[in-house]
Design a protein around this ligand. Structure first.
Ligand SMILES: [Zn+2]
Length: 278
């Protein structure tokens, strides 16, 4: 599943590819991708004539700004965008096509069909489902060690479960949680509320560094993720703990272990991330 760095990469790519283009018409080939409005003809009618003015991100959602409208798009497991010329063959699993007046088309492809699109008037999307309950943005300037403490520091759950909860902090999924906890030398099952301020500070730095480095590398291509231009990210080659079960820890040489925390496969080093003493 794409996480924050991958969606951030798609956002940046789409900003380069589609800003300024005007939608002529929209073809919806799989109605259930469109969650709002209920009627796919209304969806297409509303979008016709609008210009793309920018592409933003909130958590793992893309916000495509269209002078007066906002299209909120979630890629879920395997959704991806590509820009094509009109007339190029439409590939299998292409569910929504935005036809631009300049003869190009933005096509949304999704093998698993779990992706969603919600169309709002400007100003409505951030105060409506699915965006309104989202937690703090870890790449924002407002994300400080104190902000991380306020978001997760009183939770009774494991720190891993707290970091995965999109209502507390957005965009960090299984891969980046494992990476951040390894860098901060914190055991994933430690209770969030038992973290010291020193641990919170290390974790804050680790989250920012891990996400920033991944964005710089274009995200990870652990499964089938590609960015808006069909290019793969390369951060998977820089992962320090995720996917390294039984390999020597890059810091101390101890064999990396894999267990289950918060219901998710979890990689950690038993020496660098000792079980917390309660
Ligand atoms: Zn280690």
């Amino acid at each position: 599943m794409p996480e924050l760095p991958e969606v951030e990469t798609v956002k940046r790519t789409l900003n380069e590819l589609i800003v300024g283009k005007q939608i002529e018409q929209v073809t919806v080939r799989l109605p259930r991708i469109i969650q709002r409005p209920d009627d796919i003809h209304a969806f297409a009618m509303e979008l016709a004539g609008h210009h793309v003015t920018g592409v933003e991100r909130r958590g793992k959602f893309l916000r495509i700004l269209l002078d007066g409208l906002v299209l909120v798009s979630h890629l879920r497991m395997e959704g991806r965008y590509g820009l094509y010329d009109r007339g190029e063959p439409v590939e299998k699993h292409t569910h929504v096509i935005f036809h631009f007046t300049d003869g190009t088309e933005l096509r949304y492809k999704d093998v698993r069909q779990f992706g969603t699109m919600h169309l709002f008037n400007s100003g409505e999307d951030l105060i409506s489902a699915p965006l309104y309950k989202l937690g703090i943005e870890p790449l924002d300037e407002a994300f400080t060690a104190e902000a991380l403490r306020d978001a997760v520091g009183s939770r009774a759950t494991s720190i891993k479960a707290a970091l995965l909860n999109q209502a507390y902090i957005v965009g960090i999924g299984n891969i980046y949680v494992d990476e951040s906890l390894f860098r901060a030398s914190i055991h994933p099952a430690q209770a969030a509320k038992s973290l010291s301020m020193d641990q919170i500070s290390r974790l804050h730095r680790a989250i920012v560094d891990t996400l920033s480095e991944s964005v710089a590398a274009g995200g990870s291509s652990v499964k089938s993720y590609v960015n808006g231009q069909g290019q793969s990210g390369s951060f998977q080659h820089q992962l320090q703990i995720y996917g390294r079960k039984a390999e020597p820890c890059i810091r101390c040489g101890t064999a990396v272990e894999k267990t289950v925390v918060a219901g998710r496969g979890t990689h950690y080093c038993p020496s660098c991330q000792p079980v917390p003493t309660m």
